[in-house]
Design a protein around this ligand. Sequence first.
Ligand code: NAP
Length: 431
Amino acid sequence: MTGRPLFVGIAGLGTVGGGVVRLLRQNAGVIAARAGRAVEVVAVSARDRGRDRGVDVGGMRWYDDPLGLVSDPGVDVVVEVIGGSGDPALGLVLAALRAGRAVVTANKALLALHGSALAAASEAAGAVLAFEAAVAGGIPVIKVLRESLAGNRIRRVAGILNGTCNYILTTMRERGREFADVLAEAQALGYAEADPSFDIDGIDAAHKLAILAALAFGRPIRFDDVHIEGIRNVTALDQSFARELGYRIKLLGIARQTEAGIESRVHPCMIPDAAPLARVDGVYNAVVVEGDFAGRVMLEGRGAGAGPTASSVVADLIDLARGRTTPVWGVDSGYLSEAPSVPIVAHTGAYYLRLMVVDRPGVIADVTCALRDAGVSLESMLQHGRSPGEAVPIVLVTHDTREAQMRAALDRIERLDSVLERPSLIRIEHA
Ligand SMILES: NC(=O)c1ccc[n+]([C@@H]2O[C@H](COP(=O)([O-])OP(=O)(O)OC[C@H]3O[C@@H](n4cnc5c(N)ncnc54)[C@H](OP(=O)(O)O)[C@@H]3O)[C@@H](O)[C@H]2O)c1
């Protein structure tokens, strides 16, 4: 191994950037063997030069402005781990690609919102844009989708893509606790951000799903077409009914090829206890890919953290050192699919509907009439005990039905004076 090292410049020295410096140093020998040459960090950029980062960056060139990494002729590849969908990350990645410099990023928000412009810049300049770390941290799902399963037509990709949500839903189920209570605990433990909305409102998972969908279906990225619902409205009562019905509640991101086009959605799902994804608990992530020849492939692991995320960044650096490259979305731009997106109202599936109603004669008949009139048929119904005149929960599980019909029924049900609270509607996913 006598080749010239791959010289790396890292923008951002936080959780991920620090992890990359540490990993490259700690595993330098094995990485050099696999890369065919040394991979060396020669330059870095962050805001606060005086901050102790737990890693020694003493011998590296320092840039207060990350664009300094692009104009440094001694940097072969820019690792962008600043974060955020705007500048400085956006300007840095575009400038690096336009200068013909390879880029490795962990930034899903940037890719979800600007992926088409970045892919165009990458193709125009022949500069690699790699992003294994952007989806599900340490899980090598990008490589699996784009390379290992490249011979397959992908039918569906589904996953638990946000560790914070999975931790909250798992803890609610295991301890019978309410959402707000578990969220506060997750914040105290550092599993949730002080402003948790990106995670709990499903946006972070949707960024990742948009990337997976673009790769799975060879289509330009379309973040705005992802239907997004978060987990704020999941209650301890729904968790307890889910258990009784043999389901677990998970926030899933699902992208599916249908006859009409590509459906992509992020929302809480009831999935059968026996489904492999149902067993992925706590902060773990998992992705299931269904290919026409490979069948189902499931990958599980840590979706965040310095070590797992650095592991994925370094895998991209080793590919670059070896000269292994792939177009951003797996195909050259002229071969991107024009398959349309399918809106959520066209979704067909089964539903769990929980209502709080006044326990009095005729209430169930009113609810079932509304469902019947909208063409929704019922598979089962649950009601426990009686408390005449009081509020009681009832749960209805439907057969497969179109979302538009379900919404029409719900609209009427919500207006019944015997229905006391906003109904809880959760889609049932069988796989
Ligand atoms: N954390 C994870 O587990 C994880 C997992 C997967 C993907 N990611 C993605 O990885 C990226 C980085 O995440 P992170 O958790 O490492 O973030 P972080 O800990 O907040 O670190 C961000 C770094 O960027 C630097 N920075 C911010 N503004 C800058 C500017 N204008 N110029 C130069 N440097 C600047 C900060 O500098 P100072 O230190 O000087 O403030 C800090 O070192 C994000 O896109 C995130 O979504 C993170």
